[in-house]
Design a binder for this molecule. Structure first.
Ligand code: FES
Length: 173
């Protein structure tokens, strides 16, 4: 008997067990975490039919919070009354919504300061001094077009790409 021969067989068996484990585990991990390119192409369908004027919903788009808000006529008027050249990140409500659907304000729910989720989309939440969204982390206040009006955030809440499929459904992304 050559003892070294036995050592080789033991080591080989351990190595095969290791390879087998990797082969089984990797596909599971891939299914649970879609790769970055798959995520970057994903879209989100939103049903608008249940969102009344003055209400908003929080959903998600590409793993980020998404706010979908049905503006009241008064909120639209308030946004349109602001001189655009006084804004930190100058944009009109019309530029941030779709023609014929100016009441639908669709933005990421991510404060442009350091990324907290602003309040104002949920029932009874603090909408802040400009009636849109309020970030509790450091006090950034957004107006009814989700434009930054006060506090440290440099930019308006981001409007993602989206299209209307019907009067009551949009595809975001
Ligand atoms: Fe919103 Fe700082 S993260 S104000």
């Amino acid at each position: 008997h050559d003892p070294r021969r036995r050592d080789f067989i033991n080591i080989a068996a351990v190595s095969f067990a290791g390879v087998g484990l990797v082969a089984v585990v990797l596909p599971l991990i891939n299914q649970m975490n879609p790769s970055a390119d798959v995520l970057a192409q994903s879209t989100t369908e939103v049903d608008l039919s249940k969102i009344q004027p003055g209400q908003a919903i929080k959903t998600s788009f590409r793993k980020q919070p998404l706010f979908v808000r049905n503006l009241t006529p008064a909120e639209i008027a308030a946004a349109n009354a602001v001189p655009v050249n006084t804004l930190r990140d100058p944009q009109t409500l019309a530029e941030r919504t779709k023609a014929g659907h100016e009441n639908w304000l669709i933005t990421l729910g991510v404060c442009t300061h350091l990324g907290c989720v602003p309040l104002g989309a949920g029932e009874g939440e603090n909408k802040g001094p400009f009636g849109g969204y309020f970030c509790p982390c450091h006090g950034s206040a957004y107006d009814t077009a989700a434009r930054i009006r006060q506090g440290p955030a440099p930019k308006n809440l981001v409007v993602p790409d989206y299209t209307f499929n019907s009067p009551t459904t949009v595809t975001v992304g």
